[in-house]
Ligand binder design. Structure first.
Ligand SMILES: Cc1ncc(COP(=O)(O)O)c(C=O)c1O
Length: 455
């Protein structure tokens, strides 16, 4: 199959895949320099395993599992077949007041792999939808508990929770917020990137408790009686693999419990094995009240997100004194639990469990860590951070041109058969767990050549 795709593409070898300039301008691309793309299209026309195939007939190593989502490798047959079956048998069914069995089956499979009592799964259509859903759920929880004044939401700087209204507000990446003005009033904890932790291997040593203790001050500012929830990623991927120093997450949890504030983990990116454990919550031994999911839930093969609620949260909704025709949580999407996405999710969960994907990531992680940290000392590299199968390399920015160097590096890598994600002043790595050690070698060799070569 892969050989066929490659052969076909070799024959055409047209980087534009025959698209006219008008066609290229018709699609307004997300998070993309559209003008540059139209001049230099980088088109992907096939995928299998750890590779993409480009329109100009090349095999490209996928060093970010798509966008941190296709961790089990591309082109998974069981997922493709499940989606095709669903498209034929049940193209759409509503999940408002009526339902279809696959939604319940998937919810049960997801709950079975989640830590603790996160037993109740609310389906969304993306990670961004999961952010807004989780935050609305937190506020509605307190109203159901008779404390409707508990509204304040606390996020963290450098965090990424997608692009919807609430997620943009509580997110902590300045560039993603500045264009849109204030959306929702939220507070932010400081981020956890400390200079003394530069070049840490895995979880950094210093500063965790002091950073988490800042939460005490923010809660005091509002008074705990007004605070609904704290939302953090166990590790922020999009912020540049920003890691929680030792003890940080445990301390956050202690403070939340002490003040009766919900703790929400955004595991959209860290969930389903990325950190070498099923979830960040498992790795750090910290149980959130609510967890956000997406990406790995379908191995990236269908658009789906989810918010998992603990028994405590779910029960508060179900135990409201409401008549049977009344809705407990007035929220949902037309495409919540879409049959095609559920089919993909069920097949992906079978792969996650059946092929022990978290263990596979954990096995490859030490080698990945070693190879990535071997890049230390090369020109431009000011920090390397990693955990599990995630890493970021800070490459700085030439004066007055933020974003230029990581972009140049990524463009050069593309020419050399490597898809590399960049953002801010770093490049980010999140290889598929099915990668071979030799592929990690090739990835790091290309980076070792390219990073010092740009200005
Ligand atoms: C931690 C986290 N939350 C939320 C999102 C948003 O997900 P989506 O792009 O599916 O809306 C992302 C996407 O990268 C993410 O990494």
């Amino acid at each position: 199959m892969a050989a066929q795709i490659a052969q076909l593409q070799q024959a055409s070898a047209d980087p534009t895949a025959g698209l006219s300039p008008q066609a290229l301008a018709s699609f307004w691309m997300p998070f993309t320099g559209n003008r540059d793309f139209q001049q230099n299209p980088r088109l992907i026309t096939g995928a299998e395993g750890a590779y993409y195939f480009s329109a100009d007939g090349r095999k490209i190593y996928d060093s970010l599992s798509g966008l941190w989502c296709s961790s089990f490798g591309h082109g998974r047959k069981t997922i493709a077949e499940a989606i095709a079956r669903a498209a034929k048998d049940l193209d759409f069914a509503p999940s408002f007041q009526f339902g279809h069995p696959m939604a319940f089956e998937l919810a049960q499979k997801v709950a079975a792999v989640l830590p603790g009592d996160l037993n109740h799964v609310f389906f969304t259509t993306s990670g961004s939808g999961s952010a807004d859903t989780a935050l609305k759920m937190a506020r509605a929880y307190w109203r159901a508990k008779g404390q409707p004044q508990k509204l304040a939401l606390i996020g963290r700087m450098k965090a990424y929770h997608g692009v919807n209204g609430l997620g943009t507000s509580i997110g902590g990446i300045g560039g993603n917020r500045k264009t849109f003005g204030p959306l929702v009033d939220v507070d932010h904890l400081p981020h956890t990137l400390l200079p003394e932790n530069a070049f840490s291997r895995g979880v950094p040593e210093h500063g965790g408790i002091a950073l988490a203790d800042q939460l005490e001050q923010i809660i005091a500012l509002h008074d705990a009686s007004n605070v609904a929830a704290v939302l953090v990623e166990p590790m922020s991927g999009s912020g540049g693999v920003v890691l929680p120093p030792k003890g940080y997450l445990k301390r956050l949890k202690e403070i939340c419990d002490k003040h009766n504030v919900l703790l929400i983990f955004d595991e959209v990116l860290t969930g389903f094995g990325r950190l070498g454990a099923p979830f960040g919550a498992n790795l750090f031994g910290v149980q959130p009240d609510i967890m956000m999911l997406a990406k790995g839930l379908t191995n990236g093969a269908a658009t789906m997100g989810a918010v998992a609620a603990s028994d405590k949260v779910y029960d508060a909704f179900m135990q409201q004194n409401l008549p049977p025709w009344s809705v407990e949580f007035l929220h949902g999407y037309t495409y919540s639990a879409h049959p095609l996405a559920c089919a993909a999710g069920i097949a992906a969960m079978d792969i996650f469990v059946g092929e022990k994907m978290a263990e596979r990531a954990a096995e490859l992680a030490p080698y990945f860590e070693q190879q990535v940290h071997n890049l230390k000392g090369l020109r431009h590299i000011t920090d390397i951070r990693n955990l599990g199968m995630a890493a970021a390399i800070d490459v700085g920015n030439p004066d007055g041109k933020p974003g230029q160097r990581p972009w140049q590096i990524s463009m050069e890598c593309w020419k050399r058969g490597l898809y590399l994600r960049y953002s801010g002043d770093n490049v980010q790595l999140g290889p598929p767990f099915i990668s071979e050690k030799s592929e990690i070698d090739t990835l790091c060799n290309i980076l070792a050549d390219v990073i010092p070569s740009v200005e």
